[in-house]
Design a protein around this ligand. Structure first.
Ligand code: FMN
Length: 209
């Protein structure tokens, strides 16, 4: 994990311009906070069909290949998947406790479920399934999340095939379009805003904290 993060950091440093410096900054934060397991927990906000916000914690599962897209996994039957089906935009809020930094990253999402049609994304879904801890894979055999729990009915305990994702397993990809980075260290604190236009060009600016 550490070597992978370090390689990712140097690869990103060589590839990104000042306008997209948030990418190596995020990779560096992941590296510097690597001993705090909860530094991979982020809050993912979506929009409910009636316009109200919905928010929950998910685990960051890494960047999609060599891109700056963020990957997460979830159950296709969960509320967040239905919400993203209606409104693709999501935002994560990510606090790094060791370096005292916050990243707010927003953008459209892509859900890759069993019925996906894009072979590279289906490969990424399969690869992600294989890398999951066994206990997480097992949770995809459980009854639908959010439904009323049947009393006294034990949940399945048999581990699923680690090579082939179960049908409810969903890869969630967030393609960042807006990033707000806040560094609490410093007096005054430091804050930058990055946005990507419709041509894919990033602009970055330092803003007041
Ligand atoms: C530390 C932590 C990590 C979590 N990681 C995930 C995750 O990676 N994917 C996920 O779908 N839910 C994860 N959950 C559960 C979600 O926070 C949430 O309860 C669940 O996904 C149902 O959310 P929804 O009804 O809004 O879809 C995690 C919860 C905690 C507390």
């Amino acid at each position: 994990m550490e070597v992978a993060l370090y390689e990712s950091l140097t690869a990103h440093q060589n590839r990104w311009m000042p306008e997209t410096i948030w990418v190596p900054a995020l990779v560096l934060a992941l590296y510097q906070n690597r001993h705090a397991p909860y530094s991979r927990f982020v809050q993912l906000a979506t929009v409910r069909p009636d316009g109200r916000p919905a928010n929950r914690t998910v685990v960051f599962r890494g960047f999609l290949d060599e891109t700056s897209q963020l990957t997460f996994v979830t159950d296709a039957r969960s509320a967040k998947v239905a919400e993203l089906g209606q409104s693709r935009w999501a935002e994560v809020c990510w606090y790094f406790p060791v370096t005292h930094e916050q990243f707010r990253i927003g953008g459209p999402t892509t859900l890759v479920g069993a019925g996906g049609h894009d072979p590279p994304l289906l490969d990424a879904r399969r690869a992600c399934w294989r890398e999951l801890p066994e206990a997480v894979r097992l949770s995809f055999t459980w009854p639908a999340p959010g439904e009323r729990r049947a009393p006294r009915v034990p949940f399945p305990t048999q581990h699923p095939d680690p090579t082939e994702p179960l049908p409810h397993f969903c890869l969630l990809i967030l393609d960042p379009n807006e990033v707000d980075q806040l560094e609490l260290n410093g007096n005054p604190q430091n804050r930058w805003e990055y946005t990507r236009d419709e041509h894919g060009r990033w602009r970055g600016a330092e803003i007041n904290p």
